[in-house]
Design a protein around this ligand. Sequence first.
Ligand code: ADP
Length: 180
Amino acid sequence: MKNGKIELVNGDITTMRVDAIINAANSSLLGGGGVDGAIHRAGGKAILDECIQIRNKQGGCKVGEAVITTAGSMPAKYVIHTVGPVWSQSKSGADQLLANAYRNSLKLAVENGVKTIAFPNISTGIYHFPKEEAAQIAISTVEDFLAQHGQVEKVIFVCFDEENHMIYRNLLSRRPFPIQ
Ligand code: ADP
C-alpha cells in the first residue's frame, strides 16, 4: 500500500532495501529482544562495535533521541537506533517522546543524505505502547516531517504483526492520496 511518499509493508525490516532502517533500541545500545535482536543478528558484529564506540563517547542514547551506525551485512546502508518510551499510564509525556523518536530519526537520516527509510512500530512490542495511538503518532509525525523536508523520497512503515498492519492500513487509507 502506498500513500504519497509513505508505504506500508508487512514483513521483516532487516530485509528492506532502503538507505536506512530504524531500530527500536534501548538506552544501553547493547542490543536486546524484538526488532533490536533481529537487526543485530542480521547485520552482524559491526553494528554492535559501532554502538559500543558511541556508548564510550556519549554514554548511550536517551529516550526520544537517535544515533547512526552501519547496517553491517544487511541490504540497507545505515541503521538509525532510536529509543522509544516505555508505556506507562501514570507517566505523561510518552506521546511526545514517541514523536521525538520518529522526528529525531528522520533528522539524523537527512543529515546523512538518507532518502529512503524504513521504520518498525517503535515502542509497541516489549515497551507496550498502545498500538493505535502509537500508529497515529508515527504517521502524523512522519507526514509533518515530509511536508518540510522534500529531500526524503520514501518512508516505509514495516509492520511485523498483523494487528499493527491492520491499524496502519486503516489509518493510511483515510489520509490524502491513497493509491490502493
Ligand atoms: P520496543 O521495545 O520499542 O517495544 P520491540 O522490538 O519489542 O521494541 O517491538 C517493536 C515492534 O517491532 C513490534 O511491533 C514488533 O512486532 C516489531 N518487530 C519485531 N521484530 C521485527 C522485525 N524483524 N522487523 C520488523 N518489526 C519487528
